[in-house]
Design a protein around this ligand. Sequence first.
Ligand SMILES: [Zn+2]
Length: 98
Amino acid sequence: MGKNEEVERIVFERISLLYEMAEKTEDDKLSRRYIRILREIAKHHRRRVPNGIKRKFCGFCGTLFLRSSSTVRLSRKGYISIRCGSCGRETHLFYRQP
Ligand SMILES: [Zn+2]
């Protein structure tokens, strides 16, 4: 296994673990902190947060959508718009190439 692949694997493992912790904790503040750390790890290693994880939290405040009363709308322009129930801002997730 090349060094790059190994870094990739470790980064992915850490991100997944942090995401699990964010999902499991009862503490909203702690949950947001885990998400913040997760994003910092990705940024530090110049990796993207995997899509399956990225679409589960608010890109602005890091609140998990399943925790806040978020509103999901489907746009005709090819994206899903999720309004965060915590900070009120909208995250757009593309489901088709724009
Ligand atoms: Zn938010």
